[in-house]
Design a protein around this ligand. Structure first.
Ligand SMILES: NC(=O)c1ccc[n+]([C@@H]2O[C@H](COP(=O)([O-])OP(=O)(O)OC[C@H]3O[C@@H](n4cnc5c(N)ncnc54)[C@H](OP(=O)(O)O)[C@@H]3O)[C@@H](O)[C@H]2O)c1
Length: 278
């Protein structure tokens, strides 16, 4: 398949580049495919004529989205509508990546795809609108994921390892629960989903759940590092954007569609530590 991937410099696109190797991959730099530029976007899609377009690009800085809401809306929502239109013209499948932050986090059991959304941040609201825009393409798959990381890229794992390397004492929030998910596991599941022509909205996270503090503990244990790590609350560490306190996603629909490749999050973390190149 000819596959066009946006957001080439991001951590998920990096995983797609490694994992979707049997396909003809086109990953333009942002200077060529800037989601904020409608005409450029249409001309790249028309020129490449992809069978599948994976939108890995997004304005992902959750706190910055609060003060730059217009830009967040342009990249995370409006541009997804343009991608949907461009894919429709090429009869291509649009794979949109969405987020657990479409939920408000007041739930007490894993969220299903049809549970009501209620984002509590600009990022979450714009990503939810992005889901709606993606759904205007007749062949679309919207994969909601959470807490993405891998050995590469800007993410929680690398933030923790860098801070620990500086000998800092670390306080990490212990009252937000979610599922850390590796980019490589998501890229594998997306590849299978595209091959099996999955459609609609599907939750794709690693299995199990933890808190950010629990995740940090597991990272340092897996790396064999002794670190001065202690728990704190969200209230101790105020941020411009509110985060859902509980954002575990139910994987039932994914399991019912075909082969479920999403591993338990502990296993996925071990893979990253033992094989950082992926
Ligand atoms: N990270 C998470 O924890 C998480 C959780 C749930 C869902 N997601 C979703 O998963 C997807 C992949 O996220 P990720 O973690 O791989 O994010 P990432 O590493 O931040 O990558 C996003 C990429 O999009 C690029 N980008 C930003 N604005 C752009 C524009 N106008 N045109 C083209 N590219 C642009 C960024 O470039 P610059 O770096 O140059 O800005 C970056 O390379 C996103 O849709 C995100 O919303 C992420």
């Amino acid at each position: 398949m000819r596959v066009l991937v946006t957001g080439a410099s991001g951590q998920l696109a990096h995983a797609v580049r490694h994992i979707w190797q049997d396909h003809e991959l086109i990953l333009p730099e942002e200077s060529v495919l800037d989601l904020g530029k409608r005409e450029a976007l249409f001309s790249v899609v028309a020129e490449v004529r992809p069978e599948v377009l994976i939108n890995c690009a997004a304005f992902t800085q959750v706190d910055r989205c609060e003060s730059e809401a217009e830009l967040a809306h342009l990249i995370n929502a409006t541009a997804v509508g343009w991608l949907a239109e461009a894919c429709e013209a090429q009869k291509a499948m649009l794979i949109q990546i969405s987020t657990d932050y479409v939920f408000d986090g007041t739930g007490a059991r894993p969220y299903r795809e049809d549970d009501p959304t209620n984002p509590v941040s600009v990022y979450g609201r714009t990503k939810l609108e992005g889901e709606r825009q993606a759904a205007t393409c007749s062949r679309h798959l919207i994969a909601r994921t959470s807490w993405l990381y891998d050995a590469w890229g800007k993410n929680f794992l690398n933030t923790m390892l860098n801070a620990a390397a500086q000998g800092k004492a670390l306080r990490v929030v212990d009252d937000q629960r979610g599922a850390p998910t590796t980019c490589r596991a998501l890229a594998r599941q997306l590849q299978l989903a595209a091959a099996q022509d999955w459609r609609g909205l599907v939750h794709m996270t690693c299995q199990g759940e933890t808190t950010w503090h629990g995740f940090a503990q597991a990272i340092f244990a897996a790396k064999g590092m002794a670190v001065d790590l202690s728990p704190c609350t969200t209230a101790d560490y105020p941020t411009p954007a509110q985060r859902p306190a509980y954002s575990v996603l139910d994987g039932g629909r994914r399991r019912s569609l075909g082969t479920d490749l999403m591993p338990d999050w502990h296993k996925a973390l071990r893979e990253v530590v033992e094989d950082p190149e992926g």
